[in-house]
Structure formats: C-alpha cells, structure tokens
Design a binder for this molecule. Structure first.
Ligand SMILES: CC(C)(COP(=O)(O)OP(=O)(O)OC[C@H]1O[C@@H](n2cnc3c(N)ncnc32)[C@H](O)[C@@H]1OP(=O)(O)O)[C@@H](O)C(=O)NCCC(=O)NCCS
Length: 213
C-alpha cells in the first residue's frame, strides 16, 4: 500500500528526481543550446556569452543543457563577471525550463543541483556566495521558487546602472556554512549585459541560427 502511494505521487509530479543529466555547452552543441535557451528567453540570445565562456575556459564558469533521460528540458549555468577573489560570488546564469516541462518540479531540482555545483567549486576557489539577479516584473514566474530556495533578497539600485524600472532583485545564498551577505549595490553593468544580449540576438538571427537544426 505504501509503495503504491509513493508510486502515485511519483507519477503525479512526473519527475524522475535524481536522473537529470547536465551536458556542458561547448563548441559542439552551442547552436542547439542557443536554440533551446532562446525558446526559454525569446529575443535574448546567450550565443555570444556562451562562446565567451567556452573560450575563457574557467572551471567555475560553465553552462549546461539539462536532460531528463534523452530529452532536453532546460538550461543552467554559473558565471562571474567580477573577480571572484573580490566578490567571493558565483552567479546563476540563463536558468530556465522549456515551457512544456514547467510546473513539474524540474526548475527547483535544477536550481538545487546548480547550487550543489557551486558548493563543490567553493571548496576549491574563494567562493562563498551563490547569487542571482532577476526582475520581479519581467521574471515574475521565477519569484516563488527563489523565495523558497534562496536566503537573502535585496533590490539592486546602483544609480550608474539600469534596474528594470526599480524591479531588479538580487537573491543570495551562503555556500558551505558561509553566512550570506548582501550584494549592496556593487556595480553589475547590467546595461552592457542587456545590450550584448540584444546584439547577440541580432547576430544569431542574421547568421540563420534560428532556421537551422
Ligand atoms: C522559473 C522556472 C525555471 C521554474 O521552473 P519550473 O520547472 O516550472 O519550476 P518548479 O516546477 O520546480 O516549481 C518550483 C516552485 O515554484 C512554483 N512555481 C513555479 N512556477 C510558478 C508559477 N508560474 N506560479 C506560481 N508558482 C510557480 C511551484 O509551485 C514550485 O513550488 P513548490 O516547490 O512549493 O511546489 C520556469 O518557469 C522558467 O523557465 N521560466 C522562464 C525563464 C525564467 O524566468 N528564468 C528565471 C530568470 S531569473
């Protein structure tokens, strides 16, 4: 009877919890990865950023396609635009689940797995905090998850930078027993990041990236 109950629950959520596979985005799969990423974030292309990350080849900066068995369901990654020796922070990048697989528990699993990756890296590099930025207006759908998983929440309001009309939030989690601390409005240069995403999108489209494969 107990076994049956567990099986029913498993079927309701439809997620094989511990079978997600993280395939690193490399030059071999970057076109496909960008296509998946752009399905999740239409009109924002990570192509250039993926390329830059592959070329930079740092152990603590990587992006992944996420598979359940052989089915690709999402994207995740870790990066830092700032010097980790100064910020002690790794950031979540391009985290998302394809629309058809949402609300099945994948997003939470992928976020937790990504935090686990950051924890492992934090044992080798001067990393203490896992952070992410988001917009409470544009990424509303992600807020309930961040509220559950992350430790601290603050508004990002650096006067030199854009802040999505005052809706930019930074969430922080302490890694490996490090007490989380606020980011405190250190300049992120989101303006340049957004511009780069737009340009990358145009370049990717003009290269025919959306028409192939
Ligand atoms: C945010 C996102 C990754 C969530 O993925 P998901 O697979 O649907 O998430 P889960 O099924 O694991 O849900 C996690 C929790 O968030 C809640 N949640 C998810 N989507 C929700 C929604 N649209 N409304 C209310 N709650 C929601 C779930 O109920 C769940 O809560 P629980 O743990 O109490 O059950 C997905 O919606 C997505 O890819 N969105 C587009 C890209 C994006 O916004 N990325 C983040 C940019 S900062």
């Amino acid at each position: 009877m107990y076994r049956l109950k567990v099986k029913v629950l498993y079927n309701i959520y439809g997620v094989k919890k511990y079978m997600l596979k993280y395939v690193e985005i490399t030059n071999d799969n970057i076109e496909f990865a960008t296509k998946i990423q752009m399905k999740i974030f239409p009109n924002e292309s990570a192509y250039e950023h993926f390329k830059f990350t592959i070329e930079r080849d740092l152990e603590y900066e990587k992006y992944f396609l996420v598979y359940d068995s052989d089915i690709v369901i999402g994207v995740t990654g870790l990066y830092s635009n700032e010097d980790i020796n100064i910020t002690n922070s790794l950031w979540l990048g391009w985290f998302g689940v394809l629309e058809e697989y949402r609300l099945k528990g994948y997003g939470k699993r992928i976020l937790i797995d990504t935090i686990e990756m950051a924890k492992k890296l934090a044992k080798k590099y001067p990393i203490k905090y896992f952070r992410l930025y988001t917009s409470e207006r544009d990424d509303k759908i992600a807020q309930p998850l961040y509220e559950k998983v992350m430790d601290l929440k603050e508004y990002y309001n650096n006067p030199e930078d854009i802040n999505y009309d005052g809706t930019c939030l930074i969430y922080t989690k302490g890694l490996n027993n490090n007490k989380p601390i606020y980011w405190n409005n250190i300049f992120l240069n989101l303006r340049e990041i957004v511009e780069e995403e737009k340009k990358s999108n145009e370049r990717y489209k003009s290269d025919g990236g959306l028409n192939d494969k």
